[in-house]
Design a protein around this ligand. Structure first.
Ligand code: PAF
Length: 296
């Protein structure tokens, strides 16, 4: 087992990354807010497979939480996180900055991303993506890594980060890795820790309704409003579930689609009691439709 080195200042982080680069090593970055689960560890492993040094950042970023959201109660489990990182093998460095290191007194610069940040999470959590884009750009600049790894569960977040990287010419490659699920399909999330046994059972609704959307497309349904309606009915069959949004959209632009005519993103956010969960699935047209489409 490799005990990861833990640093808390930007200068220590930069020194370690500079040394790795000087030794010709490729450096991967896995930004997290801690409370690590198998989803995070899969990103660490993806980085370790491609990079000689992996920097994992653990920082619960206050600027991406709105008033009344769960910043204060967000799980903080540093020791368990370090133990979990131990099990990954490979060389890693963990950056755990304090708030003053990230947002020193007088801090006044923010990153606002346009269109892809506007719907869904952007609408339900005003200011959220401003906080995410700002901290992610800062982490990119602090670490100077070559490639960064994010999970598909936060699909819109990854699109926001990709847009920012392209628009601001940030010299980093962004990789998206598959969502890791519990055996019954629930997407792994640090917020699953909030779920009691009954809510945990109800939380499966998110994945079930995404599977329903996939099944409807496979059966030939192409009308996005019908698919959304069936998903809504499925979710509303549970009295404790409240829908924030259900969207069927172009996977690149996140613009809504009326007809399913190619690869389509189904995304949703649902509150189960006090816990807000998100999930998504890429819906693929059955092979024969794709073949027919390319022939015409
Ligand atoms: O996905 C997360 O955990 C966070 O939004 C991130 C990317 C680490 C920024 O704080």
């Amino acid at each position: 087992m490799h005990r990861p080195t833990v640093v808390s200042t930007v200068s220590e982080l930069r020194q370690a990354v500079a040394a790795a680069h000087a030794a010709g090593k490729r450096v991967g970055l896995v930004p997290t807010m801690g409370a690590l689960h198998e989803g995070h560890l899969s990103l660490v492993r993806a980085s370790q497979a491609q990079c000689a040094l992996t920097v994992v950042t653990i920082y619960v970023n206050p600027s991406q939480f709105g008033p009344g959201e769960d910043y204060d109660r967000y799980p903080r489990t540093l020791q368990a996180d370090l133990d979990a990182l131990d099990t990954c093998g490979g060389e890693s460095l963990v950056f755990v900055p304090r708030n003053e290191e990230v947002y020193p007194p007088g801090y006044a610069t923010w990153v606002e991303v346009g269109e892809v940040a506007e719907p869904w999470e952007g609408q339900c959590r005003p200011g959220h993506f401003r906080g995410v884009a700002t901290i992610v750009l800062k982490l990119f600049n602090m670490a100077g890594a070559d490639v960064a790894y994010f999970g598909q569960k936060d699909y819109q977040q990854v699109q926001v980060i990709r847009r920012m990287v392209e628009d601001l010419n940030v010299p980093i490659e962004v990789r998206i890795c598959p969502t890791v699920r519990e055996p019954d399909g629930l997407a792994m999330s640090s917020r699953n820790a909030y779920l009691g046994p009954e809510s945990r059972r109800q939380a499966l609704l998110l994945w079930n309704s995404l599977c329903l959307a996939d099944e409807l497309v496979r059966q030939g349904c192409r009308d996005a409003s019908i698919i959304r309606e069936k998903m809504r009915e499925r979710i509303e069959s549970v009295p404790d579930a409240r829908i924030d949004y259900i969207a069927l959209a172009d996977p690149d632009t996140l613009r809504p689609v009326d007809q399913i005519s190619g690869r389509t993103l189904a995304a949703l956010a649902v509150r189960i009691g006090n816990t807000r969960l998100i999930d998504n699935r890429l819906l693929e047209l059955p092979e024969k439709n794709v073949a027919r489409k390319t022939q015409t």
